[in-house]
Design a protein around this ligand. Structure first.
Ligand code: HEC
Length: 157
């Protein structure tokens, strides 16, 4: 029940910010990116299935040469799924993951893709890590992304 409520609240938050400015809900004490206030988590349906679907081709084109087609990495680049992904990202915010990828990847051409492609790729990474899709597309809004925690299990660590 609690989870259901949080999902509804998140889509409200997402649609409100999509309209921009005036009607955006007040963000209460946004924490620093490294310690999100954990209002939401990656279990709350924070991306759309279609977005992850678009991410497949984008990932293949921009990332798979180093991180491998199955996202598991190799001796040159770290895995983007499973235990090794969580070892690095557990407890951090989606904003931090998104910004890290956008500003550092691909290593040979950081910030070279459209923002929408980075969002699609992050959605695909979330999908491949087993996190559920929701009804709204993920947007590049730091105020929203910084409140979404990456956690291993629904409801906490
Ligand atoms: C040319 C090779 C190369 C390409 C292409 C590349 N990466 Fe990377 N990536 C690396 C290397 C090497 C590291 C480890 C060093 C670092 O963090 O800078 C890394 C680190 C990362 C990390 C941090 C992982 C961690 O656990 O610390 C993420 C997330 C990531 N890459 C995602 C991506 C995504 C998404 C793309 C496609 C947009 C991409 N990378 C494209 C080589 C690459």
């Amino acid at each position: 029940m609690r989870t259901r409520l949080r999902r509804v609240t998140l889509s409200l938050l997402l649609s409100a910010t999509a309209c921009g400015g005036a009607s955006a809900p007040e963000v209460t004490s946004p924490g620093p990116a490294a310690a999100p206030d954990a209002s939401f988590s990656v279990w709350d349906g924070v991306y759309a299935a279609a977005q992850a679907g678009r991410g497949v081709a984008q990932y293949a084109e921009a990332c798979s040469s180093c991180h491998a087609e199955d996202l598991r990495g190799n001796s040159n680049a770290p895995s983007l799924v499973g235990v090794s992904f969580l070892f690095v990202w557990e407890g951090r915010s989606l904003e931090e993951l998104f910004t890290t990828i956008r500003t550092r990847m691909p290593t040979n051409a950081p910030n070279s893709l459209p923002v929408s492609s980075y969002l699609d790729i992050v959605a695909y990474i979330l999908e491949r890590n087993g996190y559920p899709a929701g009804s709204s597309e993920m947007e590049a809004d730091p105020a929203v992304l910084s409140r979404i925690a990456i956690i291993a299990r629904e409801g906490g660590a």
